[in-house]
Design a protein around this ligand. Structure first.
Ligand code: SF4
Ligand code: SF4
Ligand code: FES
Length: 243
């Protein structure tokens, strides 16, 4: 398999064919902030938190969907990138209703972790205070649209790991929102198998187990990675076995 050599944060690193900058950086012990990315499911490059500078490129590139190439010179941190990332997180906080103290994900929330890592102690943008519903029609789970950051991790986990497609995104721009089946309440979505993979995939307190109170929504992301690699192994074995 061809191997490329490139530079990330002034370190020479090698990348296997098809590896993304995020994967290569991770293998080299370099952390790039992410939100819409989740190991084990496909990447869509939606949140832009993983933007990096690549020498010779006018635009910043999302590390989770940019394939490493020979000779690339990549910078993953710096004042400009920090400013972008802070603005993105502040926008996400201002666009929703994030009251961490009473949130089920308080202390286990990736958005909160990002805010802390980026030194955000207040939001300098005007809060939108949107009027969004909470769906607790499902017997086991709930969806609070006020905390949804539209990362689509739940959609991909449901589709790619469970093989169902209960979730989708409806609307555009600031009117975008997560919908189940044909825009029915989650409890009436007949495609849902109640496996809970979407709940495990959610980075914030938007998807939760009913009955959870503040700070109780700790997730086991390793379980999703395990399911993803088990599925991959099964598919690979199926493809290589003689028929
Ligand atoms: S999802 Fe909950 S813990 Fe995370 S930022 Fe929003 S309110 Fe805070
Ligand atoms: S419910 Fe959670 S996983 Fe789904 S789009 Fe919203 S924040 Fe992302
Ligand atoms: S993690 Fe790369 S764009 Fe969201």
């Amino acid at each position: 398999m061809p191997v490329h050599t490139l530079t990330i944060d002034r370190r020479l690193v090698s990348a296997r064919q098809g590896e993304t900058l995020l994967e290569v950086a991770k293998e080299a012990g370099i952390t790039i902030p992410t939100l819409c990315h989740l190991d084990g499911i496909s990447s869509v490059g939606a949140c832009r938190l993983c933007l990096v500078e690549v020498e010779g490129q006018g635009n910043l590139l999302p590390a989770c969907v940019t394939v490493a190439a020979e000779g690339m010179v990549v910078q993953t941190h710096g004042d400009r990138l920090q400013r972008y990332r802070r603005t993105i997180v502040e926008l996400l906080l201002a666009e929703g209703n994030h009251i961490c103290a009473v949130c089920v994900a308080n202390g286990h929330c990736e958005l909160q972790d990002l805010a802390v890592a980026l030194g955000i102690d207040h939001v300098s943008l005007a809060y939108q205070f949107p009027d969004r519903p909470v769906d607790i029609s499902h017997p086991r789970f709930g969806l609070d649209h006020n905390r949804c950051v539209l990362c689509t991790r739940c959609i991909r986990a449901c589709d790619e790991l469970e093989g169902v497609h209960t979730w989708d995104m409806a609307g555009r721009g600031r009117h975008s929102r997560l919908v189940s089946d044909l825009n029915q309440p989650w409890g009436e979505a007949t495609s849902c198998t109640a496996c809970g993979k979407c709940v495990q995939a959610c980075p914030t307190g938007a998807l939760f187990y009913r009955g959870s109170t503040a700070g109780e929504m700790e997730r086991d992301r390793d379980r999703l990675s395990f399911i993803a690699s088990a599925r991959r192994d099964r598919l690979t074995r199926g493809a290589t076995q003689p028929s």
